[in-house]
Design a protein around this ligand. Sequence first.
Ligand code: IMP
Length: 174
Amino acid sequence: MKIGKELISAVEIDEKLAEMGAAITDDYRGKNLLLIGILKGAFVVMADLARHIDLPVEFDFMAISSYGSATKSSGVVRILKDLDQEIADRHVLIVEDIVDTGLTLSYLLKNLAVRKPASLSLAALIIKDGVERPPLDIKYEGFHIPPKFVIGYGLDFDGKYRNLPYIAEVEGID
Ligand code: IMP
């Protein structure tokens, strides 16, 4: 495969994260916010989004099984690493890199809701349009893109390209 055309630039990503961070700052002022990043992809979004949130937030991470080397969702979700802390009575915001089939997030929402957080909301940098998925209330949305496989800014192909500072298409797959 080859890195294809740039879809979203580093500057556009930063501007969008600044908007999302400002909205989160307004909504959670006076609350004790816990950000939960979904590994591995969300580590880049998490780091940059958090620096646009002007509140004393706390962090935790979950690792979920992802696509491996294929580019289609299998629908199988496995927790590889659970949270380090209890979330009962906490205001929780899940930070995700990309929503494709939505299977990962709908599984996570169910899994975390039973732990009785004070609130449980979603932030996602990229949402793929034209994909059938369970209803998901994404409170903080970044970009909508066509249902193509993309890499960069935390998103991988076969484990690589997460460190690209922008989002790109992929050439030479499927
Ligand atoms: P979903 O459960 O189908 O919504 O998939 C969510 C996860 O699949 C994301 O957190 C990514 O790890 C991975 N994923 C989905 N689409 C892409 C893509 O276009 N590029 C890279 N990874 C993707």
